[in-house]
Design a protein around this ligand. Structure first.
Ligand SMILES: [Ca+2]
Length: 184
């Protein structure tokens, strides 16, 4: 009888030990916080995706004539005003009060340096406006990063359209490696 009890205790101890080791294996390793990427476009799928032409007559197309990454970029041509370019609707992707980082690589083959600009067209509490996020002078035949940060106002937001424009109203240019991410 005593020997039987001893065996039973041994079984219970083994069972508890098994449970304890299982718990250790199941414990989750904490994950490091990551920047949330909202938009990421390298145009290697040869699709314009959510990008649209901005302004009457403006054309956008996938091109293999120049690329910052891979083989393809987005070519913006046939512009006739400085605000003409390419744009993306971010109303459903960005949140009021949150801050975002924007990075766009740009390129042109014009004879002299040209200024490229990124802007947010927005409507806050019924008021339309255009907020400049970043600008950069781009030398001919050189890929340059155009970047900046932008906080969406913590108000009623009815429009958020992000676009790439150029100071020169007839400049054609290439866009590649667009990244929009939430800033922590
Ligand atoms: Ca590319």
């Amino acid at each position: 009888m005593k020997r039987f009890m001893g065996f039973r205790w041994l079984m219970i101890m083994l069972l508890l030990g098994g449970c304890a080791s299982q718990q250790v294996t199941m414990a989750e390793t904490p994950t490091s916080p990551q920047q949330a990427v909202i938009v990421s476009n390298d145009f290697e799928d040869q699709k314009t995706g959510d990008w649209m032409a901005r302004g009457d007559g403006t054309r956008i197309a996938i091109s293999d004539a120049a690329a910052h990454s891979g083989k393809y970029s987005l070519y913006v041509s046939n512009r006739s005003a400085n605000w003409h370019g390419t744009q993306i609707d971010l109303l459903k992707k960005l949140q009021p009060g949150k801050k975002y980082g924007f990075s766009v690589w740009v390129y042109h083959t014009s004879a002299s340096p040209k200024k490229l600009i990124i802007t947010m067209e927005r409507i806050y509490n019924g008021e339309k406006g255009w907020d400049r996020i970043g600008e950069v002078m781009v030398a001919p035949n050189t890929w340059v990063e155009l970047k900046g940060e932008y906080q969406v106002k913590p108000v009623k937001v009815e429009e958020l359209v992000f676009y790439v424009e150029a100071e020169n109203s007839s400049l054609s240019y290439y866009v590649d490696d667009v990244t929009i991410s939430q800033v922590k």
